[in-house]
Design a binder for this molecule. Structure first.
Ligand SMILES: C[S@@+](CC[C@H](N)C(=O)[O-])C[C@H]1O[C@@H](n2cnc3c(N)ncnc32)[C@H](O)[C@@H]1O
Length: 332
């Protein structure tokens, strides 16, 4: 399986560009938005990891022209709704927000937004039918967002939006930070055709999903080991070298093995994501993956990939008769 996966990855997963956007205006608007909030809300204080990820996602939406007061943002798997707070700040509290989560326990922070156009629904995305939520959406076009939308929930979101579009709602785009591929299921996965075309069946998918958790293999151990190896290095300075060399060799072997495991885990994650890209492209949309935050090497989150979807630009209209005449005149 590892060889097949590596081959499929090399052939079908393009290089993922690193786009660490951080729009200073958005960051400042977010800071101001939280000023005066209580200590619990300081949890989401900007400048910290989650805050900067939220700003990064909002910055990507801005570059796509999807940061707009006239829109309704639906945050899937909203949790405390930190991303919605950030988008509210970035749109001067004029956009609408609908927060979706199957858990209720995190709604305390919503009190910052007691106003029309900010609501939360406790529902499993699996059962969410957006065309039934006219009141929450108004007549506004929709942009779907999410931060660390775990495994299967991303596929359910993509299905939910496909249905919304076929029900006549205007879905303008999506920006979702991906995570937890080990929670994906074949039943809900949107990229079945993509994987099947590459020769991977349901059983292979289950294995891929398991392998995806290798991406974080040894990550928690890494920082512990770093501290340990400093102490060991000092101790070893005074003893005979042979034992130390053997121990070092073992460590290197273990490290190489872990490195390879992490690589295979990342291959699995990205191949699963390419199936999602293939799904959105099959609907005539533009989809791409970008690395939107630092990651993977102990500095930030290994879950640093953002799925972006937007409508392709409308084809330019054929020149009118007058236009053609003018063009001819100009070339005379
Ligand atoms: C990893 S947390 C991320 C929370 C928040 N977006 C953040 O960045 O802090 C994932 C959230 O998605 C929600 N979730 C997962 N699967 C879901 C589903 N099928 N339907 C609705 N919510 C779901 C969970 O309850 C959880 O709050």
């Amino acid at each position: 399986m590892c060889d097949r996966l590596a081959t499929a990855y090399a052939k079908h997963v393009p290089d993922i560009p690193v786009r660490l956007l951080y729009d200073q205006d958005i960051a400042e608007a977010c800071e101001a938005h939280l000023t005066g909030s209580d200590e619990k809300l300081q949890d989401t204080k900007f400048g910290r990891k989650h805050g900067s990820q939220q700003v990064a996602i909002a910055s990507h939406l801005r570059t796509m022209g999807l940061l707009d007061k006239k829109l309704c943002y639906i945050e899937f798997g909203a949790g405390k709704g930190g991303l919605s707070h950030c988008l509210a700040a970035a749109t001067e509290d004029k956009a609408w927000h609908l927060l979706i989560d199957r858990e209720t326990r995190r709604r305390k922070d919503d009190r910052l937004h007691r106003r029309q156009g900010y609501s939360r629904r406790r529902v499993d995305i699996r059962h969410l039918v957006l065309s039934g939520l006219k009141e929450e959406l108004g007549e506004r076009d929709i942009v779907a967002v999410g931060k660390h939308l775990c495994g299967v929930a991303t596929d359910l979101t993509l299905r939910c939006l496909e249905k919304a579009s076929s029900d006549g709602l205007e879905v303008r785009g999506l920006g979702v930070a991906l995570c937890c591929h080990h929670c994906c299921t074949w039943r809900s996965y949107v990229g079945k055709t993509f994987l099947e075309d590459l020769g991977f069946n349901e059983k292979d998918f289950r294995l891929l999903v398991k392998l995806s958790s290798w991406a974080t293999s040894g990550m928690e151990e890494a920082s512990k080991n770093e501290a340990k190896s400093k102490v060991e290095a000092e101790a070893e300075a005074n003893v005979e070298t042979k034992l130390a060399v053997n121990a070092g060799l073992e460590q290197v072997e273990e490290c190489a093995e872990q490195k390879r495991k992490r690589e295979i885990g990342l291959f699995a994650k990205r191949l699963i994501d390419m199936g999602r890209i293939s799904f959105v492209r099959s609907q005539g949309l533009e989809g791409r993956l970008v690395q939107y935050s630092e990651g993977g090497n102990g500095v930030g989150s290994i879950e640093n990939i953002l799925l972006l979807v937007e409508r392709p630009p409308a084809p330019s209209a054929p020149p009118s008769a007058v236009g053609v005449a003018v063009a001819k005149y100009m070339t005379l």
